[in-house]
Write a protein that binds this ligand. Structure first.
Ligand code: TXA
Ligand code: MG
Length: 337
């Protein structure tokens, strides 16, 4: 299949919408990461998402709609606290899990009795949803196991020849996926940390139960996607938790073993390190900036001659929780001082 690359204009949206209506899959920008969309009510179309990504069939997809009013079309009920969360955070980097009424394709929910819904806050995704007049099932538009795409080139690298087209809407803003919240319970439960922070959610709900750390991988997670390998760069990634001196010692040790070392670090730490190649992912004072650059950083070394990538760790407050959740999953090891 030849994958089309659309630059954003009206004609492109019409063409992309037509592909979706014909049961094809199309990648499009959202404010978090690029999504790989298909008609969420068409089983055959949704199967193509799983095929293109190489995604395990037991990992359900998020249904994207363009207005809160449409949520009711796919769910049994919206409990009052879930409604409050919807009012506060949607549209935005926030996904709510509710009891499914069975209108979304079986393959979307992977046979669960719940469905995940999100309203992307991005002009291109909004325009596409309106033009296509379809609910779009859309996971991140990467090959399964790879870092999520934050620009159209990333999507092209992973999915060229496997999908009908990509709408190029430039770099995404948030850079990490939406926060997934189970809204079926009396108290909401965060299943995946993301663009909306726990602190922001607690301002609406009051204090949430202290969740187990998202940096630990659970055996039977409620959000099925959390158990698979994720976000892995081509070279092994090791997290380094310690001072700049400790970090530099690890780099030197790998050099002694004849290995080439790539480093991902934020400033000011990055200014104190010497490695074979270094990607500066913003400033540690602005974790939003680190989040926006994180997946870019994980892909940066793919065509570079490095044997190992070392990355600093970040405090797990605010968006730092989502950053550390993704880094811990991407890493094959971690060293603390
Ligand atoms: O920001 C995002 O959420 C992006 C953009 C494209 O919208 N999408 C995204 O989709 O990250 P994906 O498929 O990569 O991640 C969806 C997560 C997975 O961990 C999946 O297991 C979980 O949501 N999920 C989906 N439906 C669920 C359900 N019914 N119950 C529990 N978890 C669910
Ligand atoms: Mg994903």
């Amino acid at each position: 299949m030849k994958t089309k690359m659309w630059k954003i204009h009206n004609q492109a949206l019409q063409e992309a919408a037509q592909c979706l209506q014909q049961g094809e899959v199309v990648a499009f920008p959202t404010e978090t990461v690029y999504g790989l969309g298909a008609d969420a009510t068409n089983e055959e179309a949704v199967k193509k998402i799983f095929q293109a990504k190489g995604r395990p069939a037991d990992n359900p997809l998020i249904v994207h709609v363009h207005h809160p009013i449409q949520i009711r079309q796919y769910v049994e009920e919206i409990p009052p606290l879930a409604q409050k969360l919807i009012d506060h955070f949607m549209p935005g980097p926030f996904t709510i899990i509710l009891k499914s009424n069975g209108k979304a394709a079986h393959t979307v929910t992977a046979g669960l009795d719940t469905v995940a819904i999100r309203i992307p806050d991005h002009p291109v995704s909004q325009a596409l949803l309106e033009t296509a007049q379809l609910p779009l099932a859309a996971p991140s538009a990467n090959l399964s196991g790879k870092p999520s795409p934050t620009n159209a080139d990333h999507v092209y690298q992973d999915l060229n020849g496997r999908i009908a087209g990509i709408i190029d809407g430039g770099a995404t803003g948030v850079g990490l996926e939406s926060t997934v919240v189970d809204g079926t319970q009396d108290t909401p439960v965060i299943l995946r940390p993301g663009g909306v922070t726990k602190e922001e959610i607690e301002q609406v709900t009051g204090q949430l139960e202290q969740n187990k750390s998202f940096t630990q991988v659970e055996k039977q997670p409620k959000s099925p996607g959390m158990k698979y390998n994720h976000y892995e760069p081509d070279a092994p990634l090791q997290l380094i938790d310690g001072s700049s001196t400790f970090f530099q010692q690890q780099i030197n040790q790998y050099h002694k073993e004849g290995k080439k070392v790539g480093v991902i670090a934020s400033s000011p730490l990055s200014e104190e390190l010497q490695a074979d190649d270094l990607y500066v992912c913003g400033s540690s004072d602005h974790l939003q900036e680190v989040a926006a650059k994180l997946y870019y950083a994980l892909r940066y070394f793919n065509d570079k001659p490095v044997d190992i990538i070392l990355c600093e760790t970040f405090p797990t407050e605010g968006v730092g929780e989502a950053i550390m959740n993704r880094l811990t999953k991407a890493a094959s090891s971690q060293l603390a001082e």
